[in-house]
Design a protein around this ligand. Structure first.
Ligand code: SF4
Length: 258
C-alpha cells in the first residue's frame, strides 16, 4: 500500500494503563468497603476512603462530550498515574510500553469523542527530526521547499498536507510546537513525536484533545526518525472535517481574482 492510500486507524493498545488507572482505585475501594463492614466502629472513615477511591476511578468512565469537557483535569490525573508507576515500569524495562499504553488510552478516548463530530480546526505537529539529517531543503521555513526525493517521509507528508489543505507545523523545539498550538487554537491536535515528548506534550497542553503517533527511531534519538504516514493520514481523514474545495493550482488563479 502506498503512503497516500487511506487506511483505517490501527487498534489502540491501552490495557496496561487502564488496568492500573481504573483497576487500582476500584480494588482499593472494594478493600476499604470490606474493612468498613469488618470494623463497624470505624465505618465512616473506611466508607469515606472507599468513596474517595471510587471518585478517583470515575473519570476513566467519561466518554465523548463529557470527556472533552473534563479533559484538562483527566489528563492531569492520568499524567500523575503515569508518573507514579513510571519508575516501576523503568525497573521492569517497560518504560516505553507504559507511556505508549497511556498514549493509546488517550487516543482511544479522543477517537471516541471525534468520530461522531469531527474536528473543524485541527493542527498537525511534526518534529523536524523526520527530515533526513543530511538534507538541506529548508522545510522549517516552508514545507513546500522539500524536493520530494523520497529519502524520508517528508515528501509523502507534504503531498497529503497540500492535497487536503491541512494546517501543519514542523518545529525543531518542543516549546515552539506548544507556542504554535496555543497561537492557532485548534480543537484537535494530531502530533507525531518520540514517546517521551508525546507524554510531555499531552501534559503541557491538556486543554487541547490530541491524537498522538509515536516515532520509530532506527538511528537513535532525533536522527532520521520515521513514522507511519498512512497512520497520520488516516487520523486526519477520520477525525478532522475535510476542507471545502480543492486547493487552487498555482498559475491558474482563482474565481475571485478573475
Ligand atoms: S523527502 Fe528528500 S528533499 Fe524532502 S525533506 Fe526528505 S530528504 Fe529532504
Amino acid at each position: 500500500m502506498d503512503a497516500m492510500t487511506p487506511q483505517s486507524l490501527p487498534a489502540e493498545r491501552y490495557g496496561a494503563f487502564l488496568w492500573v488507572r481504573r483497576g487500582v482505585p476500584l480494588a482499593l475501594a472494594a478493600a476499604f468497603l470490606f474493612m468498613a463492614f469488618l470494623m463497624p466502629h470505624g465505618f465512616g472513615w473506611w466508607a469515606l476512603a472507599a468513596m474517595a477511591m471510587a471518585a478517583m476511578a470515575w473519570p476513566t468512565f467519561k466518554r465523548g462530550e463529557a470527556y472533552l469537557k473534563a479533559r484538562r483535569a483527566i489528563i492531569r490525573w492520568d499524567g500523575m498515574w503515569v508518573g507514579l508507576f513510571r519508575p516501576l515500569a523503568r525497573l521492569l524495562g517497560q518504560e516505553d510500553v507504559w507511556i505508549l499504553s497511556f498514549c493509546g488510552w488517550n487516543n482511544h478516548r479522543v477517537r471516541e469523542a471525534f468520530l461522531g463530530a469531527r474536528s473543524r480546526r485541527s493542527l498537525i505537529l511534526m518534529p523536524h527530526c523526520v527530515q533526513l539529517a543530511k538534507c538541506k531543503a529548508p522545510i522549517l521555513e516552508e514545507l513546500e521547499k522539500c524536493y520530494d526525493c523520497g529519502l524520508c517521509p517528508v515528501g509523502d507528508y507534504m503531498h497529503g498536507v497540500l492535497e487536503h489543505q491541512w494546517e501543519s507545523r514542523i518545529t525543531n523545539r518542543s516549546h515552539k510546537a506548544y507556542r504554535e498550538a496555543r497561537e492557532y487554537r485548534p480543537d484537535l491536535i494530531v502530533a507525531v513525536s518520540c514517546t517521551d515528548r508525546l507524554l510531555k506534550g499531552l501534559i503541557k497542553l491538556p486543554e487541547v484533545p490530541a491524537y498522538v503517533i509515536p516515532l520509530t527511531l532506527p538511528h537513535g534519538m532525533c536522527v532520521d526518525t520515521q513514522f507511519s504516514v498512512p497512520h497520520l493520514f488516516a487520523a486526519m481523514q477520520q477525525l478532522a472535517e475535510p476542507k471545502l474545495g480543492p486547493r487552487p493550482v498555482e498559475g491558474q488563479g482563482s474565481m475571485s481574482a478573475a
